[in-house]
Design a protein around this ligand. Structure first.
Ligand SMILES: [Zn+2]
Ligand SMILES: [Zn+2]
Length: 340
């Protein structure tokens, strides 16, 4: 687990297992998932805290955990948003329809599905056991922003994961790469805290929440004194731009993919990027629409990210992880291993 600004980020299945990046937002009991491979180490409690899932594409290693998520959310839970490329609503309903739902009553899990079609977002509401209807609404996507709320926004770009080994009729396989962008970050100025003779306590978190939510007129009680949130925040908190985190996986090494991903990831604090194959297996990477270690590192360097975390390594290299990291590091000195 590693801290990136206001979130804790965990590659749940490590760098060799199915892609599944868990983001836990600060002290809130709220989780975001990027891809939904094998769920193994996650608890049902985590599944209950998931509000949004961002699927890169529907290959089995990226979506098989959906059945787990759905099962955990049988009961009275709010709808969970799931974003992904065209076809996602059909993929999800296909999995739902594989189950007999005759006893579900009002406990059916609910999902809001959003498919990214170029500059448009197609939206469906799905309840397990009910048939899929036509898209509920279609809205324009501005500036690649597919989701926005007070604390953060999510950008998505479409990349190409088309495999070359299936012949000329092989269909275009779109994948989405995502950027998690906190709109701002607040830190406590300890010198100001001391100057005002205030002791740190749970009230600081309450104050930070008010600032992040734009609330300036809430009353904050600190020991025997009462302050207005806006005035106190101006005195003791420092606001800065949030730390951007980018997630990209299953993309072919093409100049178009490189430039699209580099512009999304430019200057990011952390880039999680696939490096499925080693340099020596460049042909295999090309045939399957994946990156090599070298390409992954070059993208990290071109995007000038502070931390590059390569992942989704092919299982064939289990005993070679040091060599993999050496190869990525050669083209990107900012390469890091995810903290356990
Ligand atoms: Zn794939
Ligand atoms: Zn994959």
């Amino acid at each position: 687990m590693m801290r990136v600004g206001l979130v804790d980020a965990t590659l749940v299945n490590g760098v060799f297992g199915d892609p599944l990046l868990l983001l836990q937002i600060g002290h809130q009991k709220r989780c975001l998932l990027f891809d939904l491979g094998y769920h193994g180490p996650l608890s049902a409690r985590t599944a209950h805290q998931v509000t949004d899932v961002f699927i890169s594409h529907a290959h089995v290693d990226h979506i098989c955990g959906f059945l787990w998520l759905m099962r955990c959310r049988i009961g009275h839970y709010p709808s969970c948003r799931i974003f992904g490329p065209p076809g996602l609503a059909k993929n999800i309903t296909g999995m739902i329809d594989g189950i007999l739902w005759d006893r579900i009553g009002d406990k059916a899990p609910h999902f809001d599905i959003y498919e990214v079609h170029g500059n448009h977002l197609h939206h469906w509401q799905i309840a397990a056991g009910s048939p899929l209807s036509a898209a509920l609404d279609v809205r324009a996507i501005n500036d690649q922003i597919i989701w926005q709320e007070t604390q953060f926004q999510i950008r998505a770009v479409t990349l190409d994961h088309t495999a070359k080994d299936c012949g000329p009729d092989n269909p275009f396989t779109p994948v989405l790469a995502y950027a998690f962008e906190p709109l701002r970050q607040v830190n406590v100025r300890k010198d100001r805290l001391r100057a005002l003779n205030l002791c740190a306590g749970p009230w600081l978190q309450v104050l930070k929440d008010h600032v992040l939510n734009g609330v300036r007129d809430a009353e904050i009680q600190v020991e025997d004194k009462t302050f207005l949130s806006g005035e106190l925040a101006d005195k003791i908190l420092l606001k800065s731009a949030g730390k951007r985190l980018v997630y990209a996986t299953d993309l072919a090494d093409s100049s178009e993919n490189r430039s699209t991903l580099c512009s999304l990831a430019q200057g990011a604090h952390t880039l999680f990027c696939e490096a499925s194959f080693m340099n020596g297996d460049k042909d295999l990477a090309g045939f399957t629409g994946h990156l090599t270690t070298k390409a992954c590192g070059e993208i990290g360097t071109a995007a000038a990210v502070q931390h590059l975390i390569p992942f989704h390594f092919s299982g064939r290299y289990q005993a070679l992880s040091d060599v993999i990291y050496d190869e990525v590091t050669t083209s990107c000195p900012n390469t890091r291993k995810p903290a356990a």
